[in-house]
Design a protein around this ligand. Structure first.
Ligand code: G4F
Length: 302
């Protein structure tokens, strides 16, 4: 059964929750694209920040005995002062309207937990990726883009900042983690992360290697290009329109609390993650080539 609602409409949430009376609520709803949040800050604050408030407030008014999960994000850490791990005690320093909206929802979850004794927990998740990832996020853009370049379906892949570092994990592992957070005996906040960090450049190199490109980098800054040495052809270009007004340069999570209390740890490492995503997207690109029409994506433009 599908029931429609919207995080920007309290009445629709009231309607849904009073009908369903769920045992658990996972609030994964958001305008979740960081760069887009600079273009639509008000919408982002409304859905990503106030959306959590609307849900929590309906829970409070209906006195629902529900367990509430808030999808908090490593973007809340933002600009970190050193290159150590970030954990549940690291201060937040968001760098985007999205990051700030998530900080609001994070604190509100704690406030409602303490004030109204609602079982409300935050999962502070570092980047989690899979073949289901939207194609405007960098991992999927790379696996889809390089697969299409390999088969001659597009000339080059255009990217922004290659130097930022992310702690990338496999979404399926993280879904197990968020379920465990809500099964825990008390409502608490947990970081979920792999404890490994890589640059966007390393992600590109890993994917290019798996596709048997002989990738070398030439030039600097916006003039830098990635060349396939075998064919002496440019396959990666820098497009400054993908640079963000403010960047989060470095993220590396410490999930030791989740490991200790929830017995959670990710099973899929960075290399395997790239492999899983690339296999999916190379198969899609092959289908596209065979059918002679785009089966998945018209244009990657964010
Ligand atoms: O893939 P991204 O857009 O993900 P970002 O900004 O880290 O956010 C994702 O993870 C967060 C968890 O920490 C979530 F909360 C959030 O909702 C989202 O799921 O960008 C990753 C990095 C950035 O530094 C960006 O500047 O890749 C860099 N990048 C370089 N070229 C690019 C591109 N990002 C995008 N989207 N597109 C590019 O062409």
């Amino acid at each position: 059964m599908t029931i429609y609602g919207d995080l920007s409409e309290s009445s629709s949430l009231l309607n849904i929750l009073s009908k369903i009376k769920p045992d658990e609520i996972y609030n994964l709803g958001a305008q979740s694209h960081v760069q887009v949040s600079f273009d639509v800050p008000e919408y982002t604050a409304n859905v990503t920040g106030l959306g959590a408030l609307r849900l929590l407030d309906v829970i409070r008014h209906l006195k629902l005995p529900v367990r509430y999960y808030q999808a908090s994000s490593s973007e809340m850490f933002g600009k970190v002062s050193d290159d150590k791990h970030q954990n549940e005690n690291t201060p937040f320093n968001p760098q985007s309207p999205y990051g700030l909206a998530k900080v609001f929802a994070y604190h509100l979850t704690k406030i409602y937990r303490d004030s109204y004794h609602i079982f409300a927990s935050n999962g502070i998740l570092f980047n989690h990726e899979s073949p289901r990832r939207g194609i405007t996020f960098v991992t999927r853009k790379i696996t889809m883009g390089l697969s299409r370049v390999k088969l001659g379906l597009q000339g080059t892949l255009k990217l922004g900042n290659l130097s930022s570092q992310r702690d990338w994990g496999y979404a399926k592992d993280y879904v197990e983690g968020i379920w465990k957070i809500l099964q825990y005996k008390t409502p608490e906040d947990f970081v979920l992360a792999t404890g490994e960090t890589h640059t966007v450049r390393q992600f590109v190199e890993e994917a290019a290697g798996l596709l048997k490109f002989d990738l070398v980098w030439k030039g600097k800054g916006v003039k830098e290009v990635g060349i396939d040495k075998k064919r002496n052809k440019t396959i990666i270009e820098i497009d400054p329109s993908y640079f963000r007004p403010k960047e989060v340069d470095y993220l590396l999570g410490d999930a030791s609390k989740a490991k200790k209390l929830l017995n959670w740890k990710p099973k899929i490492n960075f290399r395997k993650l790239v492999e899983i995503m690339l296999k999916n997207d190379f198969d899609l690109a092959k289908k596209e080539l065979k059918l002679g029409r785009k089966v998945f994506v018209k244009k990657i433009n964010i």
